[in-house]
Design a protein around this ligand. Structure first.
Ligand SMILES: C[S@@+](CC[C@H](N)C(=O)[O-])C[C@H]1O[C@@H](n2cnc3c(N)ncnc32)[C@H](O)[C@@H]1O
Length: 390
């Protein structure tokens, strides 16, 4: 009976998850309705809110990561195995189990293994942080440490976040082929990311030039004074707006929580500079929300958008989906994932776009996806489309 086999496989996944023996689960042979979905990798992570399944959805030109609690994940895996994926491979520290479905027939095969160790599930590792040395003038100037160079109790969360950002951005920057990449951080604020990234990269052998663009002069002056006191010659802050900044020569353009359409200005600057990497953590999504509100009668989605909080979340997803598509259209492979725990901020999605010759080759198909999303939500025009002259 195929149902029994599916339940047997799911029980093995659940046991491995609970017993911390899960190494990896891979689903392949996708034949469901989602265009361009190829496979899914599943692992266990431990985050502040508890243990979760972390799903990486591999699409033709991008990856999307979603973390789910156990009951929700098991329900989705059941649907996936029953209707959408023909094969699955479970690896645990004790055995491998393969799953093959052909129509209604399901075969599973278990093979014992020896000597395999469990992978680390710690999402927020307390030890081995990238910024191991904390007695630094910039950490004191930013209020992270006291005069003694020890991280202040009330800054522990911020320090964890900064380390997390370095963990995410450093490998992306290290993958850029330029010998000394130029990183431009749009809407840099106090420059937490810029100081930490500059410090980390220069001490790990891939020096970078880091420039923070910020419209508040006071922050720019403070940032430059601290950079100079720290001897960080390649780190500077420049005053002005994102849209007026000449980003030519930038290898990476980053914008973390730049407000509303300032994120689009940053993406536009990255695209026109031909940056290898564009990474943005969007903030508020007013531009599209306003159009969705106005366009509501034109859609069939009134019932889903009736409550303000759902409209807000939907606006966020639609805005960022369109951003990802517009990046793809311009030759970038995109990934979207949560970059800090939602305990810190609900605005925790990061869009990472890397230049990839294969991305957006089927221009007509991507343009159609953009038009379909806009039509579905009653959207006239995404601000970024205007910048790109579409
Ligand atoms: C929410 S803060 C984030 C700061 C920093 N990126 C971080 O994550 O800590 C947004 C910053 O972007 C700046 N900003 C917003 N729009 C901007 C624009 N169009 N041009 C330049 N700076 C901008 C604001 O002044 C503010 O300092």
């Amino acid at each position: 009976m195929s149902t029994e086999r599916i339940e047997e496989f799911l029980a093995a996944v659940k046991t491995a998850f609970v017993a911390n023996t899960l190494v990896k689960l891979k689903l392949g042979g996708y034949h469901g309705a989602e265009p361009d979905l190829k496979s899914i990798d599943v692992k266990k992570i431990v985050v502040k809110g508890g243990d979760k399944f972390s799903f990486t959805f591999h699409y033709k030109t991008r990856d999307i990561i979603k973390n789910q609690i156990q009951p929700e994940a098991m329900g989705n895996l059941r649907i996936a195995l029953k209707d959408e994926f023909r094969s699955a491979q479970l690896s645990t520290t004790e055995f491998d189990m393969s799953f093959e479905r052909n129509g209604d027939k399901v075969r599973i095969k278990r093979t014992e293994v020896e000597g395999r160790t469990a992978v680390s599930t710690e999402h927020n590792r307390a030890k081995n942080r990238p910024l191991a040395e904390t007695n630094k003038p910039y950490l004191y100037a930013l209020g992270i440490t006291g005069k003694d160079g020890v991280v202040r109790n009330d800054a522990q969360d911020k320090f964890r976040q900064i380390n997390k950002m370095v963990e995410i951005f450093a490998p992306l920057i290290q993958a850029i082929s330029s010998e000394k990449p130029r990183i431009v951080d749009m809407g840099a604020g106090k420059g937490y990311l810029d100081f930490a990234l500059y410090d980390y990269l220069s001490t790990t052998g891939k020096a970078a030039e880091v420039i923070g663009v910020e419209m508040r002069d006071g922050l720019v002056n403070d940032g430059n004074a601290t950079a100079s006191a720290s001897g960080f010659d390649g780190l500077s802050f420049v005053p002005g707006t994102i849209i007026d900044y000449d980003a030519s020569g930038a290898d990476a353009v980053i914008a973390l929580h730049a407000c509303d359409t300032a994120t689009d200005d940053a993406i536009f600057k990255g695209i026109t500079a031909g940056a290898s990497l564009i990474a943005v953590a969007p903030c508020c999504h007013k531009q599209i929300r306003r159009q969705m509100e106005a366009g509501k009668p034109a859609t069939q989605l009134d019932v889903l958008l009736r409550h303000g909080i759902f409209l807000e979340r939907q606006a966020e997803m639609v805005t960022d989906t369109l951003r990802a598509l517009l990046l793809e259209l311009n030759g970038y492979k995109t990934k979207v994932f949560e970059f800090v725990s939602d305990a810190h901020t609900p605005k925790n999605n990061l869009i990472v776009a890397e230049k990839d010759a294969r991305a957006g080759r089927d221009r007509e198909a991507v343009l159609k996806q953009i038009e379909d999303v806009k039509a579905m939500f009653g959207i006239e025009r995404h601000y970024l489309e205007g910048l790109l002259g579409l």
